[in-house]
Design a binder for this molecule. Structure first.
Ligand SMILES: [Zn+2]
Ligand SMILES: [Zn+2]
Length: 380
């Protein structure tokens, strides 16, 4: 029931021989959320699927299990692989519905609701512009059901676009992916040069663990244990009743993963009670390029650590490195120096982060022979 995060690209705007542009996925019990899909995403997705089949037997990444594609913003290193991937899934006869979500500007929402063309104030990289381009490039003729939803994240105002007419209708709230019962997807506003947000997948609080030690003390039979574990009360030999509730620990806290997308450090909406188990944050620059980070509304690794503290994260994972950064050791060290004891890992392409139900986190480091697990102790 854990959350399994696959990071399929850790480059920033330009790919390098070792790093692809952005594109990640979070697999939970309800299905898969894909967060961003830069150039070549479909190839990277199927490669990861094959790696999983070979090295992590039993785990799968069926494309039909992808329930939602959520964009952090419209820059092409985060979006340019989406339409080809959707078209391939259509060619493969995908039937299951897909929710496509992304941030836009309030000006775009007003114009779309009035059926007017987008005003000049809407940036070229605004998702509202890209989507209408995609509709005319074949997105409208995809046969499996897609809901195209854009939102002004700060105002929490969401519209759904009809790909055939381009008409927008106002929604009461941001829809959740179909069939999601135990997980919730939510946007968190960020600060970048175009409308942007991070995305958090949260898996709901669950019943506590079965208290084995107590069952041992009472020398219960395996049949009694099974009944109690299922939540059924048991009649003891002396006629008294053992209540199932006595054998359950307290409710376990929800676990969550927040992916920042591109943002300057400590966006104003990030407050401590968000407290994701894992924050995957961009670290485009090192301290030596702090001025560049500010100029382009990106973060340094140090800034990522500040964001992690602001949002109350238990573990920080870094990604989205500029091509000046040759090894992830540099960002890891700079972030760790500012992290005040918070565990920091620096991701490379195809790495995974597995969050178990108790909030423990494993960093699965991709090597050519499979994944090597390194346990991270979150200081919750
Ligand atoms: Zn980017
Ligand atoms: Zn960007």
């Amino acid at each position: 029931m854990a959350l399994d995060v696959h990071v399929l690209g850790t480059a920033s705007a330009r790919p390098t021989p070792d790093r692809a542009v952005s594109g990640s996925l979070v697999k939970g019990p309800d299905g898969i959320a894909v967060i961003d899909a830069g150039e070549g995403f479909q190839t990277r997705y199927s490669q990861q699927r094959r790696r999983l089949k070979k090295h992590s037997v039993g785990s799968t990444l069926k494309p039909s299990a992808v329930d939602v594609l959520a964009f952090t913003h419209g820059h092409l290193d985060h979006t340019w692989g989406a339409l080809p991937w959707l078209q391939s899934m259509d060619l493969e006869n995908r039937q299951s519905p897909l929710l496509v979500l992304g941030p836009t500007s309030s000006d775009a929402i007003e114009a779309l609701l009035q059926g007017a063309s987008l005003p000049d104030s809407v940036a070229p990289a605004d998702l509202a512009r890209q989507w209408s381009a995609w509709f005319s490039l074949g997105g409208a003729s995809i046969r499996f059901p897609i809901r195209w939803v854009l939102g002004d994240v700060l105002a929490d105002r969401w519209i759904e676009l009809d790909p055939h007419t381009g008409k927008a209708s106002l929604l009461e709230e941001m829809p959740q992916p179909e069939g999601w019962n135990s997980s919730v997807l939510s946007p968190l506003p960020t600060s970048h040069t175009v409308p942007s947000c991070g995305w958090m997948v949260q898996q709901g609080a669950m019943a506590g663990k079965f208290d084995r030690a107590r069952a041992d003390d009472l020398q219960l039979t395996s049949k009694d244990r099974a009944m109690l574990a299922r939540g059924e009360d048991v009649q003891a030999a002396d006629g008294s009743t053992l209540e199932a509730a006595w054998f359950r620990g307290g409710e376990r806290a929800a676990i969550s993963v927040l992916l920042s997308g591109d943002t300057e450090s400590e966006p104003p909406a990030w407050v401590a009670d968000v407290s994701p188990t894992v924050l995957i944050h961009e670290a485009t620059f090192l301290n030596e390029q702090q001025d560049k980070a500010e100029e382009h509304q990106h973060s340094t690794a140090t800034g990522a650590a500040a964001s992690a503290r602001a949002v109350g994260a238990s573990v920080l994972a870094l990604t989205h490195y500029s091509n000046r950064i040759k090894s992830s050791t540099g960002p890891q060290q700079e972030a760790a120096a500012e992290a005040d004891g918070l565990p920091v890992v620096a991701l490379n392409d195809n790495d995974r982060l597995v969050v178990d139900d108790d909030g423990g986190v494993d960093h699965l480091i991709w090597t050519k022979e499979g994944w090597t697990a390194a346990s991270i102790a979150p200081n919750r």
